[in-house]
Design a protein around this ligand. Structure first.
Ligand code: NAD
Length: 447
């Protein structure tokens, strides 16, 4: 099934009347409580559910999961919620009984589920990366804008103190114009083993067809797909870039007010069509902004032992580089941002410099620095709830999240062409190298 047809079917199933954005905005302003419907409630979905529900104006009214074990566990905590295994049935049957949707499924289901909810004029909180394909990210941005919907991508770190501080420091010019960003993780969400043969019995708790959703039909194999392992595989996840990369890219990308890149080159092993590379080194060039030199060079490294090349990454006192993080390199020094929940460090001439936070944040706009993940993390979720209730603004709406996701996915696509520089025409959403354009879209299976 073509993506367009899937969207049409979803819209028909939705069967709600489209409302003008002015009316939607006035509804948001008049609500005092938010009724939420959750798609995917195991693992991260369980955390998302708990964080959203910890807002005292939220009522959890619907839960959906294709694995009855996760569904039952969530239902024990929210026994008043209605339960479903098919998000299409939940959205269709309950559309007038919930106000917002939270999507916490594997990546390949983010866009199909979110787009169906947005077609019904529902605000959406969707986990990162926003989508599996570039075309879907553009579609979600367009829909959110057309319908004037409150949206937020699940990059909770975006609302943490240290990341907001790094943004203020960079935008205040602490290291002058930035010419290079280096970002890295030692994590590896790749796989170069054999494609599994045969099939295993599908667990009684799992609806495998619904798990596959719009992605290609494949036999169930234990330890290959569900839960969690899908992120290493081309048909369902986005590899290490989509998993850790998007968190680590977020602050430099946001702080430097970047748009999508001009060129992308991924140095990695040959593609095998099934699992992502175990190690990527992606070099991007971006057009300059007011916080950067005329162009910006961005080097991402992932996989065990990364980053191998330490250019710009030597630390004072021979300190060890954090296992994950980013370094901004500017005309007047460097700023290190470890991932995560650690303070940014200012480095000039091989020495750490104290950061006088009051000088950069005189009105204490950044608020309190929370060092406990359990306390800091709900902020991003509560911001979404408050924005739905007309009391706050989101900080990672789909207008932003789609560009960041596109940048990540372009690095993923470049992994299909190891060591080749791809030229990206952002205005027309096309590569100059036509052979790469086929990977910007997916065809949706009818399920
Ligand atoms: N923001 C973060 O810090 C963070 C951390 C971990 C994961 N994530 C993101 O959260 C999402 C889920 O990751 P995970 O590690 O929890 O994966 P997982 O496979 O462990 O869990 C996914 C859950 O969704 C359910 N599910 C799968 N397909 C479904 C469908 N079509 N409809 C309803 N339920 C469905 C599964 O049964 C399972 O309960 C991913 O997008 C991932 O990138 C974000």
């Amino acid at each position: 099934m073509k993506k367009r047809d899937f969207l049409k079917t979803s819209a028909a199933l939705a069967s709600t009347t489209l409302m003008p954005s002015s009316l939607l905005a006035s509804i948001a302003g008049s609500k005092t409580r938010l009724r939420t419907a959750h798609i995917g409630v195991g693992a991260m979905g369980a955390q998302d559910l708990q964080s959203i529900a910890s807002h005292n104006s939220v009522d959890v009214v619907a839960l959906c999961d294709v694995d009855s074990k996760s569904l039952e566990a969530a239902h024990l905590i929210y026994p008043d919620a209605k339960i479903f295994k098919d998000y299409r049935v939940m959205l269709k049957n309950m559309s007038s009984d919930f106000d917002a949707v939270i999507v916490s499924t594997p990546d390949h289901t983010h866009a199909p589920a979110s787009i169906m909810a947005m077609e019904m004029n529902k605000p959406v909180y969707c986990q990162k990366p926003l989508t599996h394909f570039v075309s879907e990210a553009r579609e979600m941005k367009k829909l959110a804008e057309q319908k004037n919907l409150v949206t937020q991508m699940g990059i909770q770190v975006h609302s943490f103190y240290d990341y907001k501080l790094a943004t203020v420091l960079i935008q205040s010019g602490i290291i002058g114009k930035v010419h290079t960003v280096r970002a890295w993780t030692d994590r590896n969400f790749g796989y170069d083993g054999p494609v599994p043969e045969g099939k295993d019995p599908i667990p009684d708790s799992l609806d495998w067809n619904l798990w596959l959703g719009t992605s290609p039909k494949r036999s169930y194999k234990e330890t290959f797909y569900h839960p969690g392992i899908w992120r290493k595989l081309v048909d369902y996840g986005c590899g290490t870039l989509g998993d850790m990369g998007i968190h680590i890219f977020d602050t430099p990308y946001n702080a430097l007010a970047l748009d999508v890149p001009l060129t992308i080159k991924n140095k990695c092993r040959k593609p095998n069509g099934y699992g992502y590379p175990e190690s990527n080194r992606v070099t991007y060039t971006f057009p300059g902004t007011k916080y950067t030199a005329d162009t910006l060079k961005w080097i991402w490294s992932d996989g065990p032992g990364s980053p191998l090349d330490k250019k710009y990454l030597e630390l004072p006192n021979e300190d060890k580089l954090p296992l994950q993080g980013a370094m901004f390199i500017g005309e007047k020094g460097r700023l290190l941002l470890p991932h995560f929940m650690e303070r940014p460090r200012h480095i000039v001439d091989g020495e750490y410099k104290e950061i006088d936070v009051k000088k950069y944040d005189p009105k204490n706009d950044l608020g309190e620095r929370l060092t406990d993940y359990g306390l800091a993390s709900p902020k991003h979720y509560h911001q979404f709830v408050d924005a739905c209730l007309g009391k706050d603004k989101v900080s990672a709406p789909f207008s932003y999240a789609s560009r960041l996701t596109e940048t990540i996915l372009l690095g993923v696509v470049a992994g299909r062409f190891p060591n080749k520089t791809l030229n990206w025409d952002g205005a027309n959403a096309r590569f100059k190298e036509d052979e790469a354009n086929q990977y910007l879209f997916g065809s949706y299976r009818n399920f």
